[in-house]
Ligand binder design. Sequence first.
Ligand SMILES: *[C@@H]1O[C@H](CO)[C@@H](O)[C@H](O)[C@H]1NC(C)=O
Ligand SMILES: *[C@@H]1O[C@H](CO)[C@@H](O)[C@H](O)[C@H]1NC(C)=O
Length: 261
Amino acid sequence: MAAARPIFVVAGVGAGSGTGASTARLFSKNGYRVAVIARGADRAKKLADEINSSGGEAAGFGTSDYAYKSILSVMDEIKSFKWPSTQQPAQIRAALWNAGNSVFNQFLDVSEDDLNLSLQSNVQGPFAFSRQAVLSFRDNELDERGKRGTLLFTGATASTRGNTWTSAVAAGKFGLRSLSQSLAKEFGKENIHVAHTIIDGIILTERTIARHSNMPKAQFEENADARLNPDSIAEAYFYLANQDRSAWTWELDLRPAHEKW
Ligand SMILES: *[C@@H]1O[C@H](CO)[C@@H](O)[C@H](O)[C@H]1NC(C)=O
Ligand SMILES: *[C@@H]1O[C@H](CO)[C@@H](O)[C@H](O)[C@H]1NC(C)=O
């Protein structure tokens, strides 16, 4: 039987210019089908269309929020999705949780809603996503690297350090990191690879370019020493997904060359 074409699931692609979208494009170029989960069907479809029209195969799945039940059900849709181009069974082989609604605010200005959003996108949503990914990986045979699947999480500086303005985001990101570590230990023995990244610095996206529009381009946008390129983060994710079982990473940190840390 021909090997099934692997599926890469990514949750959280923003407006299509950041880490989630870059990683989707890279996995697609490397032969994966891509299932895109985004808040809002339009965003998901936009990236899926782009990948389809550049020769890949992608499908978009919208969700209204990152609540536990919403993520369980969007993952069910992905699992039962019929990819039109092939008779081969579809296998989810890699999944990335890249969503995270982060409110940066002084503690006394953090509302209950801000807290809910952070916990939903960094803890509850990822719990549901992980459950579905692990159950799906369990059905896979070992691949040539001795794995059933790779589950990836995007963390941040706030995953290990609280600071002024980060009470809400750090509470969520600490939770995400501890989830990933617990899963890595519980499912490593089933050859399921779980990895967490700490992105320590500003990622170059349409949003961060807009936010730094008062800075000379030479200091931010065009200064490769000063910010993270989402395409470079994508390469790190692809590398993690391709590590073999004898030497794999739980946590990787990434920062630009000139980051002060
Ligand atoms: C992209 O291709 C897939 C698979 O062939 C198809 O199901 C889908 O409708 C296409 N477009 C989008 C936006 O998903
Ligand atoms: C926050 O979440 C809790 C528990 O799910 C819910 O009871 C509460 O109404 C939510 N608060 C807001 C402001 O949405």
